[in-house]
Design a protein around this ligand. Structure first.
Ligand code: UDP
Length: 342
């Protein structure tokens, strides 16, 4: 059965890859995005890859009247809610922005779904809801200790969605992402950070592409094998496939009232130095780097137990670190200034 999925934040990094995966699986999509951290070019390229045009509704997810109009005009079977802000550091400086856009935005969306009788939703949450873990790998039952307003703004929405699901017999899922990286293998869509990248992969990509001079490695005295922090990097196309698996599960198998949290990770951790070594092997040249002080708030090691997604909806990550670097590098080379040239 092919369904119509409303994807909020569909023009962004994760959204654009998820649209390709949904379209390739035969779903119809409607995109709501305010383009505050995304480009319409991404949607044009999604259309090229999937061979079907993608319709953008440009607007704010907090706009209840617009949401009512969208639900009145389109027979939405499921909402994929990806729209939000995601910079941990910025959230510490400006928590209001994070609660307004992430938390209030989600409340506006779920309220409009309720008015329209739409009863399925997948929410884009984050593994940072676990905070500094006591044990790794992290199962979904691990303690929740969000440390930044970003993480609390997301965890609040998880609880909110679970409440709507229970009260109104929705079928819903909270997806907790680990570290999405890489790009579509076509090199046509990928991550296009605004300003200086805050994350490891886009930073390395810009140093490799000579847009930045040198990578700073934030600390090499952590209690890990090589002293640098370990993370669970996941190919963005695997992450996109996880969303499709979650949507199909909600459409076909889920029980009313259900709203589990599900990790999307690989279960494998790599250190900053291991990532850098793979990038250098992929590029075939040395990438300038220096050891710098620790970054505030970083935890030494952080990775998923991904068994929950496998048992609930038959999904697991398939792409390895070499593929993540190769696809990210191809995107960087083909689009040295992101979507700006379009
Ligand atoms: N990192 C680094 N240099 C950078 C960016 C990140 O050494 O320019 C490190 C960071 O300290 C962390 C890891 O790379 O240990 C992953 O960082 P990222 O921001 O990508 O993910 P997160 O910390 O949010 O999991």
């Amino acid at each position: 059965m092919h369904s119509t999925i409303l994807v909020t934040g569909g023009a962004g990094y994760i959204g654009s890859h998820t649209l390709v995966a949904l379209l390739e699986d035969g779903h119809r999509v409607v995109v709501l995005d305010d383009l505050s951290n995304a480009s319409p070019a991404a949607l044009a390229r999604v259309g090229e890859i999937a061979g079907k045009p993608v319709q953008l509704i440009r607007g704010d997810v907090r706009d209840g009247a617009l949401l009512d109009q969208i639900f009145a005009m389109h027979p939405i079977d499921c909402v994929l809610h990806l729209a939000g802000v995601k910079a941990v550091g910025e959230s510490v400086a400006n928590p209001q922005k994070y609660f307004e856009i992430n938390t209030q935005g989600s409340l506006a969306l779920f309220s409009a779904m309720q008015r329209a009788g739409v009863a399925r939703a997948v929410f884009s949450s984050t593994a940072t809801v676990y905070g500094a873990p006591e044990f790794v790998p992290l199962t979904e039952a691990a303690a929740l200790r969000p440390e930044s307003p970003y993480a609390t703004s997301k965890l609040a929405v998880e609880y909110m969605l679970a409440g709507f699901a229970r009260a109104h017999s929705w079928r819903a899922i909270n997806l907790r992402y680990f570290n999405p990286v890489g790009a579509h293998p076509s090199g046509r869509i990928g991550e296009d950070p605004l300003g200086e990248p805050a994350n490891l992969f886009p930073y390395i990509a810009q140093v490799a592409g000579k847009r930045r001079q040198i990578l700073s490695i934030f600390g090499n005295d952590y209690p890990t094998a090589d002293g640098t922090c370990e993370r669970d990097y996941i190919h963005v196309c695997d992450l996109a496939a996880g969303h499709v698996a979650a949507v199909n599960y909600l459409l076909n198998h889920a029980m009313p009232g259900e709203c589990p949290a599900v990790n999307l990770g690989t279960g494998q951790a790599y250190s900053v130095l291991q990532v850098l070594a793979q990038w250098q092997a992929t590029c075939g040249f040395d990438i300038a780097h220096q050891i710098a002080p620790r970054r505030a708030g970083d935890v030494p090691s952080y990775f998923a137990n991904p068994a929950g997604a496998q048992s609930l909806f038959g999904w697991r990550a398939r792409q390895d670190l070499a593929r993540m670097c190769a696809d990210h590098w191809a995107w960087q080379q083909q689009n040295p200034h992101g979507y700006n040239a379009d």
